[in-house]
Design a protein around this ligand. Structure first.
Ligand SMILES: C[S@@+](CC[C@H](N)C(=O)[O-])C[C@H]1O[C@@H](n2cnc3c(N)ncnc32)[C@H](O)[C@@H]1O
Length: 302
């Protein structure tokens, strides 16, 4: 915890930043964490950070002591602990979310799934009022996004990790979104059996990394993020296969399925969706870097 909220002269902060960046380079750590800590924990805004080298001997207020930032930075360097776990939060979509090692740190590309649903909702003749599921909710990020953009819908967040669900529930409470979301503990569709054929939408960012690839990931991910959130089996597609096969039984006619995947899995996911036989309007969508990162499909009308 921060000891106090003191002020520092800009050159002192600048020297600390340069020293921290040099340590990151020397130890092969991610240097972006330095500015993340200064901004998110220290409360220095982007402009102040940019002007740090030119700033005169004017004191700048920090939201914590420099010693506190330095302690966090050393933990990051020594153990590769993601700065978001050290700080206990991250920013994602329109939210500040609590995170812990029980949950995956939500990634910016996952925001695109929520944006896609928002655009879909805007094209509907009436505000959607149906049941929506976020399968593998983790920190609750997608469910919270759905509750925001579909205020008349009933949102269900499912995870097989009780520790993750506790974080998701706490995030819903902090954001005042608890009444819109029901949380379910269990394996994918199992807790939603009473909603068979009734879901208007299913959104999921399941584990999709091939097991052997996990050992090649950055140490921040490999040693700190839950493998339950990462490991998609031998080809990475175990959970996507299960979700694509089973979602058709749970979606209502014309219900939508929105799935995140790993770049490069687009063609495999497209053929799984085609082979299933229950979907139309199948699309593989790119992220802002042009990589195939999510798939959407609509359940055939019977
Ligand atoms: C890649 S993380 C996604 C977390 C969050 N939705 C996000 O986008 O940041 C996958 C999540 O699926 C959960 N999960 C893994 N296997 C599951 C299963 N069999 N049933 C339900 N949830 C599962 C994990 O606990 C993890 O929270």
């Amino acid at each position: 915890m921060p000891d106090s909220t003191p002020s520092y002269f800009a050159p002192t902060l600048y020297r600390w930043r340069i020293q921290a960046l040099e340590q990151a380079l020397a130890q092969g750590a991610d240097p972006l964490g330095v500015d993340w800590l200064l901004r998110e924990v220290g409360g220095i805004d982007r402009l102040q950070l940019r002007l740090l080298p030119q700033a005169s001997d004017r004191p700048l207020a920090l939201a914590c002591t420099l010693e506190h930032l330095d302690r966090l930075w050393r933990q990051h360097l020594d153990h590769h602990t993601p700065v978001q776990y050290l700080a206990g939060f991250t920013h994602w979509w329109r939210f500040r979310l609590q995170v812990s090692p029980a949950v995956l740190i939500p990634r910016p590309e996952t925001e695109l799934l929520v944006d896609w649903v928002e655009q879909w909702a805007q094209q509907q003749p009436h505000p959607p009022r149906g049941h929506w599921a976020d399968l593998g909710t983790g920190s609750g990020s997608i469910a919270l996004g759905l509750a925001t953009i579909l205020p008349q819908a009933q949102i269900h967040g499912v995870d097989c990790s009780a520790a993750a669900l506790a974080i998701a529930q706490s995030n819903a409470q902090s954001l005042g979104l608890s009444p819109a979301i029901q949380w379910h503990h269990g394996h994918w569709f199992k807790p939603l059996e009473n909603l068979r054929g009734q879901l208007q939408g299913i959104v999921a960012n399941p584990p999709y990394i091939p097991t052997a690839t996990i050992a090649t990931l950055d140490p921040e991910v490999q040693h700190h993020e839950p493998h339950l959130a990462l490991d998609g089996g031998q080809d990475g597609l175990d959970d996507l296969r299960h979700l694509i096969t089973t979602a058709a039984d749970y979606l209502q006619d014309a219900g939508v399925l929105v799935l995140e995947m790993m770049a490069g899995q687009g063609e495999a996911v497209r053929s799984l969706l085609h082979q299933q036989g229950s979907y139309r309007a199948i699309e593989i969508c790119n992220d802002l870097s042009g990589l195939d990162r999510f798939a959407v499909a609509q359940r055939h009308q019977t």
